[in-house]
Design a protein around this ligand. Structure first.
Ligand SMILES: CC(C)(COP(=O)(O)OP(=O)(O)OC[C@H]1O[C@@H](n2cnc3c(N)ncnc32)[C@H](O)[C@@H]1OP(=O)(O)O)[C@@H](O)C(=O)NCCC(=O)NCCS
Length: 349
């Protein structure tokens, strides 16, 4: 690594498994595009490597070096934040990412997920290619993260000391709120939002809502449906109860879905094409890219039969299944009631 400005860094408490490998990191201090001065200070304590990122443990020796360089350069805010990290039984991990390339390590992957959930970078703005093969499958428990290979032993140890070890999930991603709580959001069931979700201010995620990593809302938004990985929902849009936005991680779909501003996806509906602004999908209607539909213009005139993918990204569309004929229709230049969020539900302070 040379002394160019780095892409990002983070300091936080890690967890090691019984093989002494770092399996996750809770970052408490992190920045994207730090100043040249901070980049240089960090590079001066980084072990030599040719990789685009590196992580290491902050021991007494390099902590002293870091503290004195931060003090010398008058980086008091960062110095205070670093000295506030309580080591306790966990190692302090520093991760420095010089360039935004596919993650190489668990600390790098966790740092990128923190950057997303803190809204320091937007979905698709950061390289997380191959993140699944980097992260480990972990038991997320009431006693913290436990590597699966250590779970049976730790459960017995807990039981022997009169404690109960409860496993909330077995997954590669933890729930976001155990790491980051963004400002002005409401999340009715925290297990439904994974670390790496991006929630804009004023977002409300109700019990049926789900937000995957590298996906989210520009806020305010009402989320009672599922936001799949890679999907972003525009401001003032409403995902109705149980609705679905098609992801590209499995199932063969390639098209990245997005929803514009002031849209409404009705309850139990779904979309497999990106939508522009002010679009509505009738409750219960699933519009996939290949759905054949007739378009009806503002004057009520029925136009051609086309596939829904031809309408991808267009504004002011209303999709419905004609309740008499069963055919799917799209009213273009839709002027029906504008979608408005209930502001009371989005004052999440
Ligand atoms: C699609 C939807 C938005 C249409 O609502 P709307 O614009 O208020 O439409 P209206 O019910 O007032 O109907 C307007 C006209 O379209 C007709 N129409 C509506 N849906 C129709 C359908 N599926 N097939 C045929 N005609 C239909 C109505 O009969 C009415 O005709 P008219 O002008 O001759 O009286 C609404 O049905 C819907 O699905 N909303 C989603 C609500 C939701 O799920 N919210 C989330 C809660 S968790």
């Amino acid at each position: 690594m040379n002394n160019k400005n780095i892409f990002a860094f983070g300091l936080g408490l890690g967890t090691r498994n019984s093989q002494n490998e770092v399996i996750e990191v809770l970052y408490t201090v992190f920045q994207v595009n730090p100043s040249a001065q901070i980049s240089q200070i960090l590079m001066s304590i980084v072990p030599p490597t040719l990789d685009h990122s590196v992580f290491f443990e902050l021991n007494d020796e390099n902590q002293k070096a870091l503290d004195s360089r931060l003090a010398e350069q008058n980086e008091i805010e960062l110095l205070t934040a670093v000295t506030r990290i309580v080591r306790a039984n966990h190692p302090i991990i520093i991760c420095v990412i010089k360039e935004d390339s596919p993650p190489l390590s668990i600390p790098e992957a966790f740092l990128k997920l923190h950057l997303l959930s803190s809204c320091l970078v937007r979905p698709h703005q950061i390289n997380i290619e191959g993140i699944f093969s980097i992260l480990r499958n972990i038991a997320w428990t009431n006693q913290g993260p436990i590597d699966l290979q250590d779970l049976a032993k730790q459960r017995l140890t807990a039981r022997a000391s009169g404690k109960h070890l409860s496993v909330d999930s077995i997954d590669k991603f933890p729930k976001m709120t155990d790491y980051i709580v963004p400002p002005n959001v409401r999340i009715a069931d925290s297990s439904r939002v994974r670390l790496g979700a991006f929630l804009g201010e004023g977002t409300t995620v109700m019990h049926e809502g789900f937000v995957n990593f590298n996906a989210g809302t520009d806020g305010p938004a009402m989320i009672e449906g599922r936001i799949s990985a890679g999907v972003i929902i525009g401001a003032n849009s409403d995902l109705g109860g149980g609705c679905s936005t098609m992801g590209t991680l499995s199932g063969g779909g390639k098209e990245i879905i997005s929803v514009g501003e002031n849209c409404l996806i009705g309850a139990n509906a779904g979309i497999g094409i990106p939508l522009g602004d002010r679009c509505i999908v009738e409750a219960g209607l699933y519009v996939t890219a290949g759905t054949k539909l007739t378009t009806i213009d503002a004057s009520g005139k029925v136009r051609d039969q086309i596939k829904a993918r031809e309408l991808a990204g267009k504004d002011d569309l209303l999709f419905r299944r004609n309740s008499i004929t069963g055919a799917v229709e799209c009213i273009t230049s839709n002027q029906s009631a504008e979608v408005q969020l209930n502001t009371e539900l989005h004052k999440n302070d």
